[in-house]
Design a protein around this ligand. Structure first.
Ligand SMILES: [Zn+2]
Length: 226
């Protein structure tokens, strides 16, 4: 089957590669079967594997970006402590946003093959924060984190933000369909991204465009490989 993405699909500006699930989440059509097999295997292991986040559009990512850059949405440092925007240079602000949020057009969630997962039954009434501690050691999602470690590869998935490589902070909840994401990653380039960013109303635009190739190396390409 053809796994090639169009530029709008890579950039979150098209939904033509997606299928909508009964829970209203949208995934790439070539990922649905493997996702459902993973979910079924989890169920047999007593885990209620559910989607916290799946496909996300360019517009949605742009709104997240602009809200963080303008202080409408809380911005944390790499240790998960809230930052005061008044004390940051533009460069520090850019780096702080990039540690947790992708540039619009560069989010792997645009591809439809990336899923943030959790188990609502393990929350025991608490609110899911999507913070690393929840999935580690004695956090509420630790049994899920352990199960993912042992089973993702069997179903064709892996974790691209498993280790801290000085780019995006670790995300133990983020899983990626290997075959489809490998194709998408090959097709996303700085020039494809630049064309989208130069035509949108994004905060820190001049700074972003002036260092796009460095951002690409540190935050976009700098992920764990399958
Ligand atoms: Zn994610």
């Amino acid at each position: 089957m053809n796994k090639t993405f169009s530029h709008p699909q890579i950039l979150g500006q098209s939904q033509s590669h997606l299928v909508t699930l009964p829970d209203n989440h949208q995934l790439h059509r070539l990922v649905i079967n493997d996702w459902q097999a993973l979910q079924q295997a989890a169920k047999l292991a007593g885990i209620n594997l559910q989607i916290a986040s799946s496909y996300r559009s360019f517009e949605r990512q742009l709104a997240i970006w602009n809200n963080k850059a303008s202080g409408k949405r809380q911005l944390n440092d790499r240790n998960n402590q809230a930052l005061n925007l008044d004390q940051l240079t533009q460069q520090q602000l850019l780096d702080a946003i990039l540690a947790w949020s992708a540039l619009p057009g560069a989010s792997r969630h645009h591809w439809g093959c990336e899923i943030d997962v959790y188990d609502p039954d393990m929350l025991a009434g608490q609110q899911l924060q999507l913070e690393p501690w929840e999935y580690q050691a004695s956090g509420p999602m630790a049994p899920l984190g352990q199960w993912l470690d042992n089973n993702l590869a069997t179903f064709g998935f892996y974790q691209p933000y498993r280790t801290d490589k000085g780019g995006v902070a670790i995300e133990p909840w983020h899983i990626s369909h290997i075959a489809v994401s490998s194709q998408a990653a090959k097709q996303l380039s700085p020039s494809v991204l630049e064309s989208a960013l130069s035509h949108c109303d994004i905060e820190l635009k001049t700074l972003i465009l002036s260092q796009l190739s460095a951002i690409f190396s540190q935050y976009i390409n700098n992920v764990d490989l399958p």
